[in-house]
Design a protein around this ligand. Structure first.
Ligand SMILES: *[C@@H]1O[C@H](CO)[C@@H](O)[C@H](O)[C@H]1NC(C)=O
Ligand SMILES: *[C@@H]1O[C@H](CO)[C@@H](O)[C@H](O)[C@H]1NC(C)=O
Ligand SMILES: *[C@@H]1O[C@H](CO)[C@@H](O)[C@H](O)[C@H]1NC(C)=O
Ligand SMILES: *[C@@H]1O[C@H](CO)[C@@H](O)[C@H](O)[C@H]1NC(C)=O
Ligand SMILES: *[C@@H]1O[C@H](CO)[C@@H](O)[C@H](O)[C@H]1NC(C)=O
Ligand SMILES: *[C@@H]1O[C@H](CO)[C@@H](O)[C@H](O)[C@H]1NC(C)=O
Ligand SMILES: *[C@@H]1O[C@H](CO)[C@@H](O)[C@H](O)[C@H]1NC(C)=O
Ligand SMILES: *[C@@H]1O[C@H](CO)[C@@H](O)[C@H](O)[C@H]1NC(C)=O
Ligand SMILES: *[C@@H]1O[C@H](CO)[C@@H](O)[C@H](O)[C@H]1NC(C)=O
Length: 371
């Protein structure tokens, strides 16, 4: 095992437990396969339907066991949490008390952050602003937490996920008004780059991330426009400012895309940040290069070479499916550097499953080779 992170030990156990809990021994293996497949695919991005995706935990087996309690709300928050109640419920489930610290970085916090972004984005359709002022922000963050806690979530989410009420404001970004936003950034380009992100290739090619950065830079640049100078924004650090503008851009995207779709996109983006490290050693690619060449001349040979390469990787270690995404991307980069420009993954039907823990476990369970 090369995985240093304690999560990498805990997760396999947890997942195995879930597999055992949710599988019925009386089911035939193909029925079981279908059930499992369904679970793996239930968070699939709309564009890459063969790739199992985040989060590791489907909400169904883990509905909060606490009875919902009526949260005590401030009465001052303008956000409409009711309009996104099903997303709130999934968030409460992903951040269940007890599990939240364990699953913080990979399941709970990305879901929590995506939900906040979408709730604020959604409200901008009525308020015309993509940020809350300081007073509202603290009321809303508190209400948000109360609602989640009422549904079984941990009561220290703000701490676990480092969310402060300032994260709901515009921070040092000079633009939060929707109309000003849309007149500043190339909004159609932004939507085009981000509405259908390819969850495997996005981490590598950064199509949407580049568009977001570009838009954030344009917004941040406005702080230096001398004709609209108001002093308060000028002093901030440029890197911080661009980051603050990124939140504004994400919220705007959250308002443009249908909520569940927006969530897939945001989760896909955070996936690129998490678990950047692929724990596998990539051996010498020379066989693959030989088999695949710059132009695939014999697909059987090429796919045979890539199959045995990936098999070799699989034997090294179990990989969480977050890491799997990274491993797929890393190998993709290596192939490209070796001038193998064809999309070997699609030609050889290699999917994330071939890199991932869930399938590895699943295969031990069913004594199969590829699912
Ligand atoms: C949850 O609520 C139901 C009915 O409202 C009640 O019967 C049950 O005992 C409650 N469970 C817990 C754990 O409080
Ligand atoms: C919040 O959204 C729900 C469902 O979309 C809607 O019925 C309700 O009127 C909204 N509340 C406010 C205060 O806008
Ligand atoms: C914050 O925004 C709310 C609603 O837009 C407004 O009523 C309130 O006066 C604002 N507070 C401050 C300190 O600007
Ligand atoms: C919230 O803002 C603080 C700085 O004000 C930052 O360190 C932190 O990463 C932000 N949290 C999120 C989830 O963006
Ligand atoms: C600077 O602000 C003025 C007035 O708000 C606007 O007309 C001008 O286009 C802005 N320039 C840039 C580079 O954004
Ligand atoms: C801005 O902040 C970043 C990180 O907080 C820091 O690395 C950088 O040196 C700062 N730049 C300036 C000009 O202060
Ligand atoms: C990979 O293996 C080939 C032949 O076995 C060898 O020529 C090449 O130097 C190796 N490359 C690396 C990076 O080890
Ligand atoms: C590809 O290679 C395999 C064995 O390496 C061979 O059996 C097959 O005929 C070749 N196919 C083509 C189209 O050359
Ligand atoms: C890939 O192709 C480029 C241009 O054709 C060439 O310069 C480079 O050396 C090649 N790299 C490898 C690893 O073959």
């Amino acid at each position: 095992m090369r995985l240093g992170d304690p999560l990498s030990f805990l997760l396999p156990t947890l997942i195995l437990l879930l597999l055992l809990l949710s599988g019925h021994k009386s089911l035939g293996s193909s029925e079981l396969a279908n059930r499992r497949e369904y679970k793996l695919l239930s968070y699939t991005s709309p564009t890459a339907s063969s790739l199992p995706f985040l989060p590791l935990l489907a909400p169904s087996p883990l509905t909060p066991f606490k009875n919902s309690t009526i949260p005590k709300l401030s009465g001052h928050c303008v956000l409409n949490f009711t309009a996104l109640s099903s997303m709130m419920h999934v968030t409460a489930t992903d951040c269940m008390s007890g599990f939240a610290p364990l699953l913080a970085n990979i399941v709970c916090c990305p879901q929590l952050e995506a939900t906040l972004v979408i709730v604020i984005g959604h409200s901008s359709k009525y308020t015309n602003t993509l940020a809350l002022n300081g007073t509202l922000a603290s009321h809303c963050l508190s209400d948000f937490e109360q609602i989640l806690v009422g549904q079984g979530a941990s009561d220290s989410l703000a701490k676990i996920c480092s969310i402060h009420s300032s994260n709901l404001t515009e921070g040092s970004c000079p633009v939060s008004d929707v109309a000003e936003f849309e007149s500043t950034v190339d909004s159609s380009n932004l939507v085009a780059a981000c509405e259908n992100i390819d969850t495997v290739n996005e981490c590598c090619e950064q199509v949407c991330q580049t568009a977001i950065l570009e838009a954030s830079r344009k917004l941040a640049q406005k702080a230096y426009n001398l004709t609209s100078l108001d002093g308060s924004h000028v002093l901030s650090n440029h890197t911080t400012r661009i980051n603050d503008c990124k939140s504004i851009v994400l919220r705007w995207l959250g308002s443009k895309l249908e909520p569940s779709h927006a969530k897939e996109v945001l989760r896909g983006l955070s996936n690129c940040r998490i678990n950047k490290v692929c724990p596998l050693n990539f051996p010498n690619l020379s066989h693959v290069i030989e088999g695949c060449g710059t132009v695939i001349s014999n697909q059987t040979t090429c796919c045979g070479a890539i199959d045995s390469y990936v098999d070799h990787l699989q034997r090294q270690s179990f990989v969480t499916n977050l890491q799997a995404l990274n491993c797929a991307a890393t190998l993709g980069v290596k192939l490209r550097r070796a001038n193998i420009t064809n999309n070997v993954y699609s030609q050889c039907h290699i999917t994330l499953k071939d890199f991932s823990l869930q399938v590895a476990l699943y295969c031990i369970y069913l004594r199969c080779r590829r699912a």
